[in-house]
Design a protein around this ligand. Structure first.
Ligand SMILES: [Zn+2]
Length: 123
């Protein structure tokens, strides 16, 4: 296990009366969940899996002794090819991860005014 915790968003520590300890980490991607100790589960179901795992271990006699934020959730990076404004109407453009034009899907900049769109290649 790496020492650095840049990828961890939230950690829960569960302790058993025998002294056994289970650590549950939710990663900053909001999806990856890793269990240290216990059965060492690893899933990518995010917060709902954390709740499920905590419930599971609590049923086995563990209780949550600590739970704390480690890092802020990862903010999606925006590509740097943002248009200055819509060439059609001048309104700002917003980034859409997966735009569906009907014939193609992909990251795109979408005008907040007239819905003019340009595909993004920035990331
Ligand atoms: Zn526009």
């Amino acid at each position: 296990m790496p020492d650095h915790d840049d990828h961890i968003q939230h950690t829960w520590i569960l302790t058993h009366p025998t002294g056994d300890e289970v650590t549950i980490d939710l990663w900053t991607d909001g999806e990856s969940v890793r269990v240290e100790g216990g059965q060492g589960e690893s899933t990518d179901g995010g917060r709902k899996d954390v709740d499920r795992l905590i419930e599971k271990y609590c049923l086995r006699g563990y209780w949550v002794t600590a739970g704390y934020e480690v890092n802020d959730p990862h903010e999606p990076e925006l590509p740097d090819d943002r248009p200055d404004g819509c060439p059609e109407c001048g309104q700002p453009c917003e980034f859409v991860d997966l735009y569906d034009s009907g014939t193609a899907e992909g990251p795109a900049w979408l005008c907040t005014g007239c819905r003019w769109r340009v595909w993004s290649v920035g990331i």
